[in-house]
Design a binder for this molecule. Structure first.
Ligand SMILES: Cc1ncc(COP(=O)(O)O)c(C=O)c1O
Length: 390
């Protein structure tokens, strides 16, 4: 039986950065792109229909505050993640990366130290450094086939830090943090008065045997010290709509954050973004359940293909996200050679591991949020190129 997610839809010339910028980025027109984190699937019909209805209405004046959409977020968080939130806690933001930058700006000052856990999503570094704050690295370590947090190191570094930016689930290593891990992290941060900014944009994309636990849902009575950033954009492939949510229980922190947004004049959201967000959270669950089965199938296909056909590479099946973190160190190439090898020899566009921090040396990130025939083609290209290396 055919699966709807198997259908390949051309994205060339659709204004997609993943496809239309690939030739410039990777230096070749015939590169298959597996880099920036969006998927090659259409969003669920519930979203496209809601957007079409909004377009048909034909009047696109200023939207009112979106309490109706926030209700949908509250019910999504409760049903999907067992987290009780309130519409009043929500602040609309034009993208999670922007929200990270705004939070850094609001809650820290120049020179302050901010902890991140590399290898990690590159804008975590940039949002700190671009505002003259100092990155403190609490690197993840690799043991028994998986990445872990180094709590001893965190306990030391938290003493001098003002904020920690958590990636949960973690991009690029694909960890879905367990309750004890999250509780330990929170305990250390609270002891040291470190504000936690938790980026949970990948929180809905979690595979069998794992559960995403919103940090602020831990029953420690400390949700007040946490700022949660999330969006339907990874889950439902709506990144181009730039609509995200900050969830902040503490009224004073929320007031300060909202004030920054207001001062910058970006406190109004886009009518299409909010329409899509509401439709996604109200009606998207059945589609998401199907997507997760498909993506997990891709994750298994990828890990089996690599272990059977490209033993020089190592990869673990991610616990969440549609991102695979390829250990290419056995190819014995310098980082520059590695990047050139994938772009020029294998003709696939992956993310350079070193952009996730120096811990990413020898690694590349592959986005498997695509129809399996495309994934299969990309993996075959890599296998062939690796054979020709020998
Ligand atoms: C951890 C993480 N945060 C944020 C983003 C991007 O969020 P936005 O497009 O809302 O700025 C990504 C995209 O890959 C991501 O992986």
């Amino acid at each position: 039986m055919t699966n709807k997610f198997d259908t390949v839809i051309t994205r060339q010339n659709s204004g997609s950065t993943k496809w239309d910028d690939a030739a410039t980025l990777f230096g070749s027109t015939d590169v298959l792109p597996f880099w920036v984190a969006d998927m090659d699937f259409p969003s669920p019909p519930a979203i496209t229909e809601a957007l079409a209805a909004r377009v048909r209405h034909g009047i696109f004046g200023y939207p009112s505050p979106h309490s109706y959409a926030y209700d949908a977020v509250v019910s999504w968080m409760e049903k999907r993640h067992n987290w009780q939130t309130k519409p009043a806690w929500m602040v609309s933001t034009p993208g999670v990366v922007t929200a990270i930058t705004l939070a850094v700006q609001t809650f820290t000052k120049a020179g302050d130290k901010i902890i991140i856990q590399p290898p990690v999503y590159p804008p975590f570094f940039a949002s700190v450094q671009n505002q003259n704050r100092t990155v403190i690295e609490n690197p993840l370590f690799y043991k028994d086939g998986s990445y872990h947090m180094d709590f001893d190191d965190l306990a030391v570094k938290a003493r001098e830090a003002k904020m920690l930016i958590l990636c949960s689930p973690h991009n690029p290593v694909g960890r879905v943090w367990s309750r004890p891990e999250l509780a330990k992290l929170l305990e250390i941060c609270l002891e040291n008065n470190v504000l936690v900014l938790t980026d949970e944009i990948h929180g809905d994309l979690v595979y069998t045997g794992h559960q995403h636990i919103p940090l602020a849902s831990l029953e420690t009575g400390t949700e007040d010290k946490i700022i949660t950033l999330t969006a339907p954009s990874k889950t439902f492939n709506t990144a181009g709509l730039y609509t995200s949510i900050a969830i902040i229980a503490d009224s004073e922190l929320r007031r300060q954050f909202s004030q920054t947004i207001q001062k910058l004049g970006i406190n109004k959201s886009n009518v299409f973004g909010i329409t899509a967000l509401e439709a996604a959270y109200r009606h998207g669950a059945p589609w998401l359940d199907e997507l997760l089965i498909y993506l997990e199938g891709n994750a298994e296909y990828l890990t089996e293909f690599i272990s059977d056909n490209i033993p020089a590479l190592k990869v673990n099946k991610p616990q969440g996200t549609y991102l695979a973190w390829l250990d290419c160190r056995n190819l014995n190439l310098s980082q520059q050679e590695l990047v050139q090898f994938f772009a020029k020899k294998a003709k696939v566009g992956l993310n350079d591991g070193i952009t996730f921090g120096r811990q990413g040396t020898g690694f590349m990130r592959l986005n498997f949020g695509c129809p399996r025939p495309l994934l299969a083609e990309g993996l075959q290209r890599i296998a062939l190129a690796v054979k020709q290396l020998r």
